[in-house]
Design a protein around this ligand. Structure first.
Ligand code: FES
Length: 160
């Protein structure tokens, strides 16, 4: 194996359980990628795809296809707090795009990049399914809804 990435023992056992759960082992790719992202500081590296390919006995290209298709997987490093600001229709109509601009300005970070202190990556994303609570953002696994710019800044300031 050429990969330097390894899941924890628990993580590898999880992936094996997922493989046994489905008739088609491809169905285990999404949960496996989620697990890798969780254990790899919020992103899926090329090394981790190589690792999964061996662990799951699937070609790297098939794992890559899934990885590149779904936007919830990050293919480059992110800050400790990945802030995804919804800029789709309901949120856009309620200030989502301005909110993203304001957060980038406030935390001195360019869209999609990591802030100098490593705390944040702020990304603009499509609908996250909480349109009735627009505007909203997702910070790692937490949804923050019904935001104002001030409320969003206050939430992020608390995050070290
Ligand atoms: S448009 Fe923002 S959550 Fe749906």
């Amino acid at each position: 194996m050429t990969s330097t990435f390894q899941l924890s023992e628990e993580g590898a056992a999880f992936v094996k359980r997922e493989l046994n759960r489905y008739e088609d082992r491809h169905s285990a790719i999404i949960p496996a990628l989620y697990r890798v992202q969780k254990e790899n500081n919020g992103w899926v590296s090329p090394e981790s795809v190589t690792y999964l390919s061996h662990l799951m006995d699937l070609p790297e290209s098939e794992i890559e296809e899934v990885l590149r298709f779904y936007t919830m997987f990050n293919t480059k490093p992110v800050g400790r707090h990945h802030v995804q600001v919804c800029c789709n229709i309901s949120c856009a109509m309620n200030g989502g795009r301005e909110l993203a601009d304001r957060l980038c300005q406030e935390f001195d970070v360019h869209d999609g990049e990591i802030s100098g202190d490593g705390r944040f990556t702020i990304s603009r994303v499509e609908c996250l399914g909480a349109c009735d609570k627009a505007p909203m953002m997702q910070v790692n696994d937490t949804f923050c809804e019904g935001l104002t710019e001030e409320k969003a800044i206050e939430i992020l300031r608390e995050m070290k």
